[in-house]
Ligand binder design. Structure first.
Ligand code: GDP
Ligand code: MN
Length: 391
């Protein structure tokens, strides 16, 4: 689960990390009022969206007057933000943050992430923080400092001081930096985060360290023990199709392509997406309908897949094990009757009762002309790629 920057700033502030105060607004008029109420000559307006890269996209803007604050807010509320972290369709902001701007001497990156190779959480930090951090990680990886946490003891003070020293801090400031790292590590562990990052953590011209941007994500499987965090979820930010799929117990993740995939089993779904790509197609989604899929689930899955306007074809790849192929075939026909297959649908069935399933599908051919069967997965992928290209 993700939370917005303003919520992450609140959590960090509660944990004792120095964060400049800010106000959340939802209209341009309120942004203007907040600017006046704050009174500082230079302030910053920031769109609250889950994607990063806001600065470069023009959705973090320094403003010098109430009129500029209003104009920036109007722009951010009236346009979708497109950044390398969004699709080409971008994301819309409904909330903005208005904060006093800080006078930046230097920008640092500090984050807690899960290091899967080391099987533990790890601090990552860099003295080259700010909007270019991905570039730094790519072209200058030695500028990234890493410090793995002990799985039960967490981040130790000596480790925090070591990171601070490697970032170039000395004296009192090194102690302040180490303190911030320890607090951030506490937040990460205490709330079962999957990431907790501050970018940038800035050193101001008067020598203070302040977190001016924060991103915190949580492990969904641990949310049951953090009711306060779960309550921060913003349903408007979730994909409505994903919400609907979750209700039907379907593992559905929307992607950018145009070939919808309906598959039983997560591994098979991954393999199916790979084979689609191999044959030059782009999957529109990941969908695992589960091992025990029934007619109802299959129909709802089709409704969800086909309500994605980008979808130009559907590839059904079912390995009948626990779920019998003949039942799946009947569910498909049921779905076709109910939803109507206006785009090509290619079906690859294999496993228990596959012969019977083929007979059922062959009989329905007249009724569902866009439904085709394939001999194997490669054939199915080739067919659906060709059919969507032709359409
Ligand atoms: P992101 O691009 O989505 O990561 O948004 P950030 O909140 O990190 O802001 C992007 C950049 O805007 C920062 O790296 C800073 O360079 C700049 N910025 C943000 N807030 C301030 C501020 O208060 N003062 C100044 N001078 N620059 C700021
Ligand atoms: Mn940032």
């Amino acid at each position: 689960m993700k939370i917005h920057e303003y919520q992450a700033r609140d959590l960090l502030a509660k944990a004792g990390v120095p964060v400049p105060p800010a106000k959340v607004v939802e209209t341009a008029a309120a942004a203007e009022e907040a600017f006046i109420a704050n009174g500082m000559p230079l302030q910053v307006i920031k769109a609250q969206v889950f994607a990063g890269g806001r600065g470069k996209a023009g959705f973090v803007k320094l403003v010098k007057s109430a009129a500029e604050a209003r104009a920036a807010a109007e722009f951010m509320l009236g346009n979708r933000m497109v950044s390398p972290q969004t699709g080409p369709e971008g994301v819309a902001a409904t909330k903005l943050l208005v904060a006093g701007a800080v006078d930046i001497a230097h920008e640092y990156y500090v984050g807690l992430v899960l290091d899967r190779a080391k099987s533990t959480a790890s601090v990552i930090a860099s003295a080259q923080g700010g909007v270019e951090i991905e570039q730094v990680a790519h072209s200058n990886p030695q500028a990234i400092v890493k410090e793995p946490l002990h799985p039960t003891l967490g981040l130790q003070p000596f480790q925090a001081r070591r990171v601070a020293a490697r970032l170039g801090f000395t004296g009192k400031q090194a102690g302040v930096m180490a303190g911030i790292l320890l607090k951030l590590a506490n937040v990460f562990v205490q709330y079962d985060c999957s990431i907790a990052e501050i970018n940038p953590l800035v050193l101001t011209k008067d020598g203070q360290l302040l977190a001016i941007d924060a991103k915190i994500n949580f492990d969904d499987n641990a949310l049951f023990r953090h009711a306060d965090i779960a309550a921060l979820a913003d349903p408007a930010e979730n994909d409505p199709l994903e919400v609907r799929a979750a209700k039907a117990n379907l593992n559905y993740i929307k992607l950018d392509g145009d070939i919808a995939c309906l598959v039983n089993g997560a591994g098979l779904a991954m393999a199916t997406m790979d084979v689609v790509q191999l044959h030059g197609g782009k999957p529109a989604n990941f969908l695992d309908v589960g091992g025990g899929v029934k007619a109802e689930g299959a129909v709802e899955a089709f409704r969800i897949l086909l309500s994605d306007k980008k979808v130009r074809g559907v590839l059904v790849n079912i390995f009948g094990g626990i779920a019998r192929c003949d039942l799946i075939a009947e569910a498909l026909i049921h779905a076709g009757r109910e939803v109507g297959f206006k785009v090509p649908v290619v079906v690859r069935l294999e496993g228990t009762n596959v012969e019977k399933a083929r007979e059922i599908l062959a009989k329905a051919r007249g009724e569902l002309p866009t439904l085709k069967t394939a001999t194997d997965l490669n054939d199915a992928a080739k067919q659906i790629v060709a059919a969507t290209r032709a359409a």
